[in-house]
Design a protein. Sequence first.
Length: 311
Amino acid sequence: MGTKQRRSVTVRAPGKINVFFRVGALQDDGYHDVASLYQAVSLFEEVTATESNEFSVRFGGPVDVSGIPLDDSNLALRAAKMLAAHTGYTGGVELSVLKRVPVAGGMGGGSADAAAALLACDELWGTGVGRSTLHALAAKLGADVPFALEGGTAVGTGRGDELSPALAKGSFHWVLALPDTGLSTPVVYRTLDQHREDHYGDLGPQPEYVKVDTEVLQAVRVGDAATLAEAMHNDLQVAALRLAPELIEVLELGESRGALSGIVSGSGPTLAFLVSDAQEAAELKGVLTRAGHRALTVTGPVVGARVLDTH
């Protein structure tokens, strides 16, 4: 008779790049107001949720997964447990994650895992909570999780958790350089605060509230890479480059060899180079690879978390 085959559901969710990122002044509670334009790109995490009595998570894939926590500090595991608690589901789940988004790379890979876990468990358990509840649960897990559920292009404001879709046309071509160093987001923020303090004379006070520049929204609305290249900006870049100065050389290489513009994505250290077309992307990837850097080509925007298959 054999053992009963356990059911499983596989969900794919995208990594993202921050095309624009502005950070307001450090507030009394230790947080910053941020304004970001997110774009989901064609580098996907795949999470398979399999029926189980216990909760567990494991990782594999082409990126180094050795440093990822497998306990309750893991975002995907927390997502699954949160959904179970919310719906009163009494079983567990075995999560298996195929990682392609670099760990601690500023591309929201952990958030994509959490978004995929939410959707996969909802499907597997038949809890059927619906998109808006999944969204509310995602928001509790961090600013990037609701975005990974939705995908596309969106503006994040406040603490990054208030998301609104941005009108976007066409497709943008990116080349990503993936350095071996990981950067910790809290450390990058602290370094930014320190930098602003050190250079207060030149920089002056920071605004408390920030927003995404109109030029950026305009550029994605018409799908114009050259205009977007002009408007791309990341306040965290100065801090990331201070912590990992070796990135400066890579940025300069990319910009001198065909990129319209290059930027540190989010808190880094991933670098995103915007190029005009697929041909340019392939050429720049070659340049970076020959110089000894890990590089990938991706396009954006792409859709958010989606069920791939059910067994």
